[in-house]
Structure formats: C-alpha cells, structure tokens
Design a protein around this ligand. Structure first.
Ligand code: GUN
Ligand code: ZN
Length: 442
C-alpha cells in the first residue's frame, strides 16, 4: 500500500550471527509460523504469529505465505546494468570480451532512452530474482546514472551506483578525462547520494582504463565524504594483471595501485579479487574494504577460482559479498550464484561452503560488507522492509526433493543448488510488494 504498512505471515529465517565464525546453525534464527509487521517501510516487530497477532494494526491485511520461506532480500555486490544486453555472448577471456561485446554496447548509453529502457528491464530482473539491493556499474555517460537512479527511485529500492571512469585504453566515445570524470561524478554525488534510498559509488572501471591522475581524482572523491562507496575490478584475469604490472611497475601489487590512490577503505568494493596474495588479504582486513565474489562470471570467462575460505579466514577476515557480475555472469539469481560458489570453493581449496554460509553471503554478510548492516540484510525491528519470499516447491523436481529435506540447512542447500528465479514467489521493497510471481496453471 502507499503507506508502506503491511503484515506478512509465514516461516521466516534471519541471521543473528556470522556462520563463518560459529557453528552455522547457531547463526540463523528460524520462525516456523512468523509474523513480520511493517510500518512506513520499516520492520517494527517480528516473531511468532501467535505472540504478535494482537499487534496487527487495525485495517492492515495479513499477507499469508504458507509453505514458503521468507528471507531478507538478496544483495548483489557487483553487477553492470548496461551489460544486460550482452549476457551470454560466446567466447573469449576478459580483455577480448570487453572489446568485442561490452564497449560497443556501453557506447549506446549516451542516449537517455536506451539507458532508461535497459535500467527498467534490469531492475525488474533483479526483483524477479529476489534481489533488493545491488552495487551497480553504469557507463561513462552521466545520463546512464541519472536514468538508473530515476528508475530505482520509482521502485523505492536501495541501490548503490556510479558513473564509470575511463580515460585510457577504451574507445574514444567511452573515454572521459581525469578532470571531466571528477566533475561529472561530483555533480552526480550532489544530486543522488543519500537522496531517498540511493547511494553513490565512485566507479573507476579498473587500473587498465584509468591513468594514475584519474585514480587520484577518484581517491579524492571517495575520501571527500565518509559515507561514499567505491567500486572497481581487481586481479580478475592473468592478462589483465600482467598489463597492470606494465602500467604501474612501481606498485607492490595490483591492490597497491588502488591503495596508493586512496581507493582502499571501508565501503570500497573490489570485484573478483581472484589472484590475491596473503599480504593483499591482510591489507583488505586492516582497511575494512570488501571483495565481491562473482562465481558465474569467473567460470564463464575462465578467470579462475576465488579463494573464499582464505578471504574469510577468521585470523584476519575480509568482508565478502556475492556478485552476479552480469553481463559476464550468467544468472541474475543469487540462488544460482550461491550454487556456483559452492562448486568453486571446492575447486579453489577443497572446502565445502555450507548452505547457511552461502545464504549469509547473499544477505546479512553482504550488508556487513557494504557497511549497511543497520539498514538491510536481516529481518529485525528497525530494519528496512526488503524481503523475498522463496517457494521450495517451485518446480516438480524441487517439490519432490524438498519433501525429503530433514533440516533447514538441507532445504537451503537444495534451493541454492536447484533454485533460481522460479523460486521467487514475491519480492517486497520498502514495505511494498513490488513483484509477485504469476501463478502457474492448476
Ligand atoms: N574488468 C573491467 N571491466 C570489466 C567488466 O565490465 N566486467 C568484468 N567481468 N571485468 C571487468
Ligand atoms: Zn564487473
């Protein structure tokens, strides 16, 4: 409703701890028959239906989700909205793939109508997949950012986004300059950062496409306010890493290129971070920056296997979230992304990702990585009412398989292994239902 006041009944799950530092089962709270009360877009109370039913405000209808699982909305910590049209483009590794598919598509976003159309389609796709917050790359054109935030504002979604900065090693039509990139970013920050639920991320694409001067400008912007985000790519691909070494021969590591420019700190999100050394992980820990693990993309481009359990090592844990990295990623679904993260962690270090750990990475853990854990990522009083409703029997196979689950962890594992957008029954944002799956034929 327009008052953003609602009541949801059903089984809900939410995190009360970190499953990487305690027995996973102890980190998750389950309410078998729960009630979530929402006023003005925020959760006011949640708990057992029987206890809380007396608190349902007069005139508020209860939306009942039997046989479902309600979770905090999923969070995608790394994704490119302008790349929606190039998802599933055949062949090649990172640098060739950027030249052949990505740059020609991104060039079209100087046109605000293209930007608006794709931004709309992209946000609808997020909601269809239960994703309620994302850290989003736009293109070098400020128009692409304006279009994205305008569409997000209409939906009431909490989004992080920014104008890509590129002043070298990219086609003419996709380049700015250090000064122009700075000025355009500044203007977008003034307009959008903190407007409603919108948040700005200073977005140098990566070290290859920014001069040292531009990285310094990005650092100055990032440091200019204490609540801004920064997003870029880090150590994704061997050829990329070799190129960065020739461009910045004096730096101790790829991370150090960003560090020397003032781009490493809280609210800095580094995509991929596959080929990191121990001293890089230590530096990430010390500075409280975050890594976005993008398993479907890393498999698709043959980039390598992110060492998740090294990253989150409790001796010097680094914040990690999951990213779909559309268009190199192959699914908008954080469920599918969790499923691939499970397989990748086996390849990278023979360690099994627990289903509860995977769900944490897509919700409460991601919120922590974004330093937004007081706003999103859990179901608790005071939190923003962004929720997704999962259907564990969305397909005949899922229905059959989930019937045999003897624990919630088993069920979550089945959902992340077999599930995708079909499992999203509904998505709520800011206390409003913004997506409901069309009911199947009886
Ligand atoms: N590195 C620099 N730009 C990109 C991009 O658009 N996608 C991916 N996967 N890696 C990048
Ligand atoms: Zn990316």
């Amino acid at each position: 409703s327009s008052s953003r006041t609602a009541a949801l009944r059903g089984r809900f799950v939410t995190f009360t701890g970190n499953p990487f530092t305690m027995p996973p089962e102890d980190s998750l709270h389950v309410e078998e028959d729960g009630l979530i009360l929402i006023e003005n877009g925020k959760i006011t109370q949640c708990g057992a239906y029987d206890t809380l039913r007396a608190h349902i405000p007069a005139g508020v209808n209860v939306t009942h989700y039997p046989d479902s699982l309600i979770s905090a909305g999923f969070i995608d910590t790394h994704v490119h909205y302008p790349q929606l049209p190039v998802i599933a483009s055949w062949g090649e590794q990172l640098l060739e793939w950027l030249q052949h598919y990505v740059f020609p598509t991104e060039a079209k976003f100087s046109n605000p109508e293209v930007a608006q159309t794709i931004a709309r389609a992209f946000l609808q796709e997020l909601l269809r997949n239960g994703t309620t917050t994302a850290a989003v790359y736009c293109t070098v054109h400020p128009e692409s950012v304006t279009a994205f935030f305008q569409e997000s504002e209409k939906l009431g979604t909490r989004m992080i986004a920014g104008k890509v900065l590129m002043d070298r090693n990219a086609p003419d039509t996709l380049r700015d300059t250090a000064q122009r990139g700075f000025d355009e970013s500044q203007k977008l920050i003034d307009t959008w950062h903190g407007k409603g639920r919108q948040l700005y991320a200073v977005t140098p694409r990566f070290a290859i496409t920014s001069t040292p001067e531009q990285l310094d400008c990005a650092g100055a912007l990032f440091q200019s306010r204490d609540d801004l985000f920064m997003q870029t790519h880090l150590a994704e691909n061997e050829d990329e890493i070799a190129f960065v070494k020739t461009l910045f021969p004096d730096r101790a590591s790829y991370l150090d290129v960003y560090d020397k420019a003032g781009l490493v700190g809280p609210r800095a999100i580094f995509g991929h971070a596959i080929h990191l050394h121990e001293h890089d992980f230590q530096r990430c820990h010390d500075t409280e920056c975050s890594l976005a693990h993008c398993p479907t993309s890393n498999l698709f481009l043959g980039s390598g296997a992110f060492r998740l359990f090294d990253a989150v090592d409790p001796r010097r844990p680094v914040h990690v979230g999951l990213g779909t990295d559309i268009g190199a990623g192959t699914s908008f679904s954080l469920l599918s992304t969790m499923g691939e993260a499970y397989k990748v962690s086996l390849m990278a270090g023979k360690q099994r990702l627990h289903a509860i750990q995977a769900f944490w990475l897509a919700t409460a853990g991601a919120a922590k990585a974004l330093h937004l854990e007081n706003k999103i990522g859990t179901i608790a009083p005071g939190m923003e009412a962004d929720l997704c409703v999962l259907d564990p029997s969305a397909t005949p196979l899922l229905a059959l398989r989930s019937r045999d689950c003897s624990s919630l962890a088993d069920l979550l594992f089945v959902l992340m292994t077999l599930g995708d957008d079909r499992c999203i029954k509904a998505t709520w944002v800011d206390g409003r239902m913004v997506y409901a799956r069309a009911d199947r034929e009886a």
